[in-house]
Design a protein around this ligand. Structure first.
Ligand code: SAM
Ligand code: SF4
Length: 363
């Protein structure tokens, strides 16, 4: 187990020789607890409409320059068939908080996918009511991804205003993660790294929260500024004044810090599934994904979104893989996995963390 001081020490460690030790420990724990398989999750970005105004995200409602799209059920089911043909064990349906993705429509869609294909279904549709989440679970959804973004409440509230009109979902994402767990979902969460105003002490608390929440999946990636968002011009990025404790200085949104967080997430939650994310690949297209996989990660998410929509799912600029087709992504990811001597996972790749919890609950 890692304590606060260990985590802060590793996060602020600059010596390469010491960091080699962190990478080796994370890789060894990954091998021992979740094995050599790298699981493929087919990502389908089903709508870029969003009612929210998150200060960091290019899909926010206030970004009027962004052309909007919604995939039809048939288009989504075609992508699911492609996932099956590629041998993926999971599809991830992700979107903004789109009011057209009603309880009924998503419920029907999940039922149709589960009737058609032996795939796990992960939803990542933002903050939805407990009733909606319960309905989708009954329809057969297996997993839900909802990053808490930062455990610093004041920072969270600054970058993540409540839904318009208050709505039924104006609760902290921590509360929704608890609801998801009670409903029996495999629960995924995570944070952005280097949000303006985020300190090393905040990031330390984030990693402690991964452990406290007993997460089944942990997705972390660097914050990448989008010029059409308020946070891109945020003035709080200034480093701490000289003499101020290191722990209260700004976290950089860089590759090295992302690897440290992946490695520490692996040590904090040894049996969780941890993706090497697209945001990391955006910072280092040549080697980012592979390096993440060698420093604690065990999942990648090849994109299945039809090429005509990809550029419009612009969370941040210059996102990796927007010009590729699903075939390109499939070939590229499989090749990258083999190039580092790992194997492409077979089956659904359920979280060993959840399986272990279920076993201990049934004793
Ligand atoms: N709307 C859903 C939600 O908010 O959970 C799912 C889609 S949202 C685009 C998925 C994730 O993208 C967010 O949880 C956030 O961490 C990440 N994201 C958004 N803007 C980003 C940015 N500028 N840089 C890096 N990641 C970003
Ligand atoms: Fe919408 Fe999610 Fe982007 Fe927030 S992060 S604006 S909820 S898509």
């Amino acid at each position: 187990m890692l304590d606060r001081r260990d985590i802060l020490g590793w996060l602020t460690e600059g010596r390469e020789c010491r960091l080699e030790e962190l990478w080796a420990r994370a890789d060894a724990v990954r091998r021992e607890r979740v094995g050599e398989a790298v699981h493929l999750r087919g990502l389908i970005e089903i709508s870029n409409h969003c009612r929210r105004q998150c200060g960091y995200c290019g899909l926010r409602a206030g970004n009027r320059q962004l052309p909007r799209y919604r995939m039809s059920d048939q288009e989504i089911l075609d992508c699911v068939r492609q996932a099956e043909a590629f041998g993926y064990g999971t599809v991830v349906l992700q979107a903004g908080e789109d009011e057209a993705l009603t309880q009924e429509r998503v419920g029907d869609l999940v039922r149709r996918i589960k009737a058609d294909a032996p795939l796990a279904v992960t939803l990542s549709l933002g903050e939805r009511t407990p009733e909606e989440l319960a309905c989708w679970r009954r329809a057969g959804a297996d997993r839900y991804l909802l990053r808490f973004e930062t455990s610093n409440r004041e920072l969270y509230e600054r970058i993540h205003p409540p839904p318009p009109g208050g709505g039924g979902t104006a609760v902290h994402r921590f509360e929704l993660l608890r609801v998801l767990r009670e409903l029996g979902y495999e629960v995924g969460s995570g944070v952005m790294i280097g949000i303006p105003g985020q300190t090393w002490a905040d990031l330390t608390e984030d990693i402690l929260a991964f452990e406290r929440l007993d997460l089944d999946m942990i997705g972390v990636g660097p914050y990448i500024a989008h010029p059409a968002t308020p946070l891109a011009s945020d003035a709080t990025v200034a480093p701490a004044p000289a003499g101020e404790a290191l722990e209260s200085s700004q976290v950089p949104a860089d590759e090295l810090t992302t690897y440290k967080v992946i490695a520490l997430a692996r040590l904090a939650c040894p049996r969780a599934n941890i993706p090497s994310t697209t945001a990391l690949a955006t910072l280092n297209l040549a080697q980012g994904r592979e390096t993440g996989l060698c420093r604690g990660a065990n999942v990648v998410m090849p994109n299945l979104t039809p090429a005509r929509y990809r550029e419009m799912y612009e969370i941040y600029p210059a996102k990796a893989c927007v010009r590729e087709t699903s075939d390109d992504c499939h070939r590229c990811m499989s090749g990258r996995i083999r190039s580092i001597g790992r194997v492409v996972g077979a089956g659904r790749g359920d979280s060993p963390n959840r399986l272990a919890r279920q076993e201990s609950d049934s004793r």
